[in-house]
Design a protein around this ligand. Sequence first.
Ligand code: NAD
Ligand code: MG
Length: 387
Amino acid sequence: MQRVAVLGATGSIGASALDVIARHPDAMRASVLAAGSKVDALLALCRLHRPDHAVIADAGGFTALRDGLREAGLTTQPHAGCEALDALVASDACDTVIAAIVGAAGLASTLAAARAGKRLLLANKESLVLAGQLLMREVRAHGATIVPIDSEHNAIFQCLADGSTPARITLTASGGPFRGWTRQALAEVTPAQAVAHPKWSMGPKISVDSATLMNKGLEVIEAHHLFGLPGARIGVLVHPQSLVHSFVDFADGSTLAQLGLPDMRTALAVGLGWPKRIASGVPMLDLLAQGGRLDFQVPDADAFPALGLAYAALDAGGTAPAVLNAANEEAVSAFLQGKIGFLSIPDTVAAALDAMPPQSADSLEVLLAADAGARRHARARIAASAA
Ligand code: NAD
Ligand code: MG
């Protein structure tokens, strides 16, 4: 019986993961469920999935979690705080960890899973952007297995299953809700428009990242760490149908791609079942029913400067990706709260990168300091623009 810890259980990926796990009651179960601050949503999941442990990261939620579990007559043990989460992830309460917390907040538990040598189903791309070298070093040192859950990287993982070396990777991008829009038109878009993704149903942060194309930028950096290619050999093509999830080119002229309907349960089933294929609940692709065509376009660098910023941060190396990620998280949060406009998101990130020249990123302390510095810089700039 595979025991699975679902971190970010109340989120979009968490829901998809629990859906797949529940389809295989003889092979796997959710033994640990963790969430940020939504105690009621976590309790509802505990009633359904009856885990051994439930963790609420926000320590203020502990009493409500404990009392709610008791009232529901569950034997699930309550925990609160990030340290409790990291300890559980590393303990024998789970064999597999689904890292689906949003943002840099997911780094510590992801590292804990890597250091404990777990099977790590990594959705939390921000931890690779912030500390990719360090995380991959821990994965290798402790014999952990990473299965990327980001659909593009999961596609590439599947294309490389025979152990072959990629010559070039192309990540596909849906283009988000504003594909084809000019920079001028983007100035006035609202948070509601930005989170209304045409192809994928996702949490608010990644939805805004998809709208700015920063998501694809974060994914370029993610791909660099996962597959060991420099930025120059990682391309991006806009593919509005979101059916081809990425391509890999090989030295012999072959190109492999993975296709499927845009539903994260496929990637999660790949991770949960690997190397076997297991049912995910996602119907098989019927290309004709999907319109019978696959289109590809070059991304618009002028309207969506975030992608170029991410490539530049990857080239600059050191702490630059950590700065990019942290400034972006702050800017997206400010945009969602209506404090800044859509175009101020990449502007905020660019300003933080300009203000914080890259340093060599050889320790977690240096990276976390860069993350904190970039957040301070971004917040100050956002506050000044609102004044
Ligand atoms: P979401 O906003 O729907 O869910 C986020 C989850 O993280 C929630 O359960 C929340 O409680 C939890 N969380 C937030 N802060 C936390 C903290 N400090 N400690 C513990 N838990 C915390 O987000 P999502 O769309 O599910 O995305 C999760 C991650 O997966 C992100 O890194 C995202 O980039 C990545 N991802 C998502 C998708 C998708 O389709 N949703 C696709 C690819 C990658
Ligand atoms: Mg993706």
